[in-house]
Write a protein that binds this ligand. Structure first.
Ligand code: FES
Length: 131
């Protein structure tokens, strides 16, 4: 087996394609979707029972359909500390926080926040303390 020198590349810059090391594009944006789940008897609410996984999957589909996969990384996360406002979504690097996101909101968020760089005002996280 022959190793290919990768001197100036970090492991994050590389991927394998057809058994060859290929440069992997760095995402310019991240969509963070809280998919945290708590036990049914927990005193605090959480995003999972509010359809967070469906929201996450819809974001992945939307990003793929729009051909944005090289620029946008969609990530399932643990608690984003706005549990009463779930499903909680955050768009980086814009630092846009959205509350009560449903699958019906996803395409609008992708178009407004990622393609236009603007906020979806009606979904912006209210100024509430972190939980
Ligand atoms: S459980 Fe989703 S923000 Fe806390």
């Amino acid at each position: 087996m022959r190793l290919i020198p990768v001197a100036d590349k970090s492991p994050c810059d590389l991927s394998l394609k057809n058994n060859r090391i290929q440069p992997m594009p760095k995402p310019q944006f991240q969509i963070l979707v809280c998919c945290n789940e708590r036990p049914p008897d927990a005193t605090k609410p959480c995003c999972a029972p509010r359809g967070a996984m469906d929201v996450y999957r819809r974001f992945k589909d939307s990003v793929r359909r729009k051909g944005l996969r090289d620029q946008v990384m969609t990530v399932r996360t643990g608690c984003l500390k706005h549990c009463n406002q779930g499903t909680t979504v955050c768009i980086w690097p814009h630092n846009l926080w959205y509350s009560q996101v449903t699958v019906d909101d996803v395409d609008e968020i992708v178009e407004r926040s990622l393609e236009e760089g603007a906020a979806v005002e009606r979904l912006l996280m209210p100024d509430v303390p972190w939980q």
